[in-house]
Write a protein that binds this ligand. Structure first.
Ligand SMILES: [Cu+2]
Length: 145
């Protein structure tokens, strides 16, 4: 069972600018997404971050999720913080192995520049890729124990 909560960071930022009286509401959403400590909102256990970079000076770092392979406990969440040039799309083990980048039906799908928190409730391995860079081995795994 996977639950996705998309956090429209840019939208929140523009709302803050556009109308001051929404600031408190926008702020509480941000806190939920930032729940890295203690018992986070929305039932996450520990929240683990996966990040990417748009900085191409170091191509090895550019073509990587950080961390690439992550082991978490059932009930933990992963916060995918994608920079503008990368996405994180769940794929089948077969697609992961063959690097074909086909999205898995019902899998998580974090688009370019998006930050999203995904909860993993069931033990197993989830495979994901950055679609434009899958052939550059920009792939990752989430192992839920
Ligand atoms: Cu990428």
């Amino acid at each position: 069972m996977i639950r996705c909560m998309t956090v429209p960071v840019l939208l929140l930022a523009s709302m803050l600018t556009a109308c001051g009286n929404k600031a408190e509401e926008a702020d509480s959403s941000a806190t939920t997404a930032d729940g890295t400590t203690g018992a986070a909102a929305d039932g996450c256990g520990t929240v683990h971050d996966v990040t990417t970079t748009d900085e191409t000076a170091d191509m090895a770092a550019y073509m990587d999720f950080s961390p690439e392979d992550l082991t978490i406990a059932a009930g933990d969440c992963v916060r995918f913080i994608m920079s503008q040039t990368h996405n994180a799309v769940e794929v089948s083990e077969e697609s992961y192995t063959s690097r074909d980048g086909t999205a898995l039906d019902g899998g998580f799908n974090v688009t370019y520049g998006e930050t999203a928190v995904v909860e993993f409730d069931t033990a197993g391995v989830h495979y994901y890729v950055c679609q434009p860079h899958v052939l550059g081995d920009m792939v990752g795994t989430i192992t839920v124990q």
